[in-house]
Design a binder for this molecule. Structure first.
Ligand code: KIV
Length: 322
């Protein structure tokens, strides 16, 4: 029987929340581990994963009840403006990882292993995964590939680091693939993806991302493995779904991939807000007295002059961010 104040959610005991609090708030009580993610998959509970690269975004996504925050190497494109992910380094993934980890009260935080941080040997893979955990504060790592990286996954998992795999379209192979193309067209290629997913499960992966494959292939893969499949451009049969945060929020400019649904139009909202700011600076409508500190009432020596931002932040009603 659950103890007083505890309730069982997804087989895990959680703190009961006061009446009126939201279900998401109740879920905040429990940090999701890789093991819990795997159990959610087994229980048929859909898994929601979103990329995050900084503290502010991660905090909002965590508050929304997102299950997994992925510091993806997609940051090479979304944050750095590159045309692919190949130039991203371990140091960069770790820098963003530390910021995201500070915000995640419930969400599990996964770090992408960048291109050439694991391919050359299982030993190199263990070493790089270890760096992600030690220097990036990650709770698990993700790497791309199937049969060809099964031994790498086995060795990382044996070292005590949970691994998420990634099959189907593997963007780190963009040069060899000749572009970001749908995978699993034709029987042989579909069979290859099923074999890849089985291999990563057998090697010890706790979940597998399935990218850009037809929905029938994704359904076959999902039925063939006991770990959750997390789809992106893989239809609705997967155990969960992942989107890049800037796509989900409508912040990407230009054409977005067919599989993206923009759940908000933040890109347009940001442009409108910034246009308004520019106009009000130019017309001197901003700032008003409301956004200004209290004027000096007497011509006494100005004690506050010379205060730096850190001092102002702790200065009561003169607080920098009151
Ligand atoms: O890097 C990334 O954001 C990813 C997701 C698209 C799954 O790998």
């Amino acid at each position: 029987m659950p103890r007083d104040g505890l309730q069982r959610v997804d087989g895990i005991f959680m703190i009961s929340m006061p009446k009126g609090s939201t279900p998401n708030a109740a879920l905040q009580a429990q940090k999701l581990t890789a093991r819990a993610i795997r159990e959610r998959g087994r229980a048929g509970l859909p898994i929601a994963m979103v990329t995050a690269y900084d503290f502010t975004m991660a905090r909002l996504l965590d508050e929304a009840g997102v299950d997994i925050l992925l510091v993806g190497d997609s940051l090479g494109m979304t944050i750095q403006g590159r045309t692919n992910t190949l130039g991203v380094t371990i140091e960069e993934i770790c820098y963003h990882g530390r910021a995201v980890a500070r915000a995640a009260t419930r969400a599990h935080v996964v770090g992408d292993m960048p291109f050439m941080s694991y391919e050359t040997s299982p030993e190199k893979a263990v070493e790089s995964a270890g760096r992600l955990v030690k220097e990036g504060d990650f709770e698990s790592v993700k790497l791309e590939g199937g049969l060809d990286v099964a031994e790498h996954i086995r060795r990382i998992a044996r070292a005590g680091i949970p691994v998420m795999a990634h099959v189907g379209l593997t963007p780190q192979r963009v040069l060899a693939l000749g572009g970001f193309r749908v995978q699993g067209r034709g029987h042989a290629d579909a069979d290859r993806i099923v074999a890849d997913a089985r291999a990563v499960e057998e090697a010890g992966a706790y979940a597998v991302v399935l990218e850009a494959v037809p929905p029938d292939v994704a359904a076959r893969v999902t039925e063939s493995v006991g770990i959750p499949t997390i789809g992106i451009g893989a239809g609705s049969a997967c155990g969960g779904q992942v989107l890049v945060c800037t796509d989900l929020l409508g912040m990407s400019r230009g054409r977005v991939p067919r599989f993206v649904r923009q759940f908000a139009e933040l890109g347009d909202a940001i442009v409108r807000a910034a246009e308004q700011f520019v106009a009000e600076v130019r017309s001197r409508a901003f700032p008003t007295a409301e956004q200004s500190y209290r004027p000096n009432e007497s011509p006494e020596p100005k004690a506050a002059e010379g205060l730096d931002h850190a001092t102002l932040a702790t200065a009561g009603d003169e607080s920098h961010r009151a």
